[in-house]
Ligand binder design. Structure first.
Ligand code: ADP
Ligand code: MG
Length: 241
């Protein structure tokens, strides 16, 4: 069993501290959801975990099984078992998915054939896999292509920022189903970030974390999402100040 531990993480953008002591621990096979209002620092967490240069870590730790992710290059983080899906995946003209996957360490008999099988599970047309990464793909196709990468790399932990934004019901269902299956297929831990409750209907979380002003202010089960539904984020905001 693996553990992802984020401890007292502080992150600045420019001169502003956006994450102010963020804590979260999860084990493989679990599904955790981070919810919080706009501007609470959810995407900042995802960017900081990728190693995005604009996000300065000023304190704290993030590790998988004791390996400090924050000291690693983005590609070393992938090798350490971290998969990140950002809200706005970049186009990568000139690079095909299969090449990116091989250079990310995908091995085995035939990566392209495994990609075909993954694409079929997600309802993605196979020929799209031969295009340059994300070039001329629709929102739903991009997310499905990203989930093909996920299925090939089989990470210990996947962090997904706003996977539900811009997806239709069918695409969201396909993505959520693939993530759920991964939790049993290879005991993947899934950390999904969202500000919509819609995702919770598709992806049944074990644990929900509410974020306000750069830190986790509440952690619980389904009762938290019911409270959010009834009362909104306002009662939690006071806890973050
Ligand atoms: P969320 O994803 O929870 O909506 P973000 O992590 O994107 O929130 O943003 C948290 C705060 O950081 C916001 O106040 C936002 O304005 C600020 N912020 C985010 N990205 C940048 C950036 N590139 N430059 C300056 N401020 C930023
Ligand atoms: Mg965001």
């Amino acid at each position: 069993m693996s553990q992802l531990v984020i401890e007292d993480l502080h992150v600045e953008i420019g001169s502003r501290e956006v994450l102010r002591g963020f804590d979260l621990t999860m084990s493989s096979g679990e599904v955790h959801v981070i919810m919080g209002p706009n501007g609470s620092g959810k995407s900042t967490l995802a960017h900081a975990l990728t190693g995005h240069p604009g996000y300065r870590i000023t304190g704290g730790r993030a590790s998988i099984d004791g390996v400090n992710l924050l000291e690693l290059t983005p590609s070393e983080r992938v090798h350490a078992g971290l998969f990140l899906a950002l809200q706005h995946p970049l186009d990568v003209p000139g690079v095909r998915l299969v090449d990116a996957l091989v250079s990310a360490g995908a091995t085995g008999e035939d990566v392209r054939e495994r990609m075909r099988v993954e694409a079929e599970r997600l309802g993605l047309r196979d020929e799209l896999l031969d295009r340059f990464i994300n070039v001329d793909l629709s929102g739903g196709e991009r997310k499905r292509a990203e989930m093909v990468q996920f299925g090939i790399l089989r990470p210990h932990f996947a962090v997904l920022d706003e996977i539900d934004s811009g997806l239709d019901v069918d695409a969201l269902g396909a993505v959520a189903r693939r993530l759920s299956q991964a939790t049993t297929e290879w005991n993947c831990g899934v950390l999904a970030i969202t500000h919509f409750r819609r995702l919770l209907q598709e992806l049944t979380p074990d644990v929900i974390h509410v974020v306000s002003a750069g830190r986790v202010v509440a952690t619980g089960g389904a009762e938290l999402s019911e409270q959010l539904e009834a009362e909104g984020y306002e009662p939690f905001a006071a806890l973050g100040r």
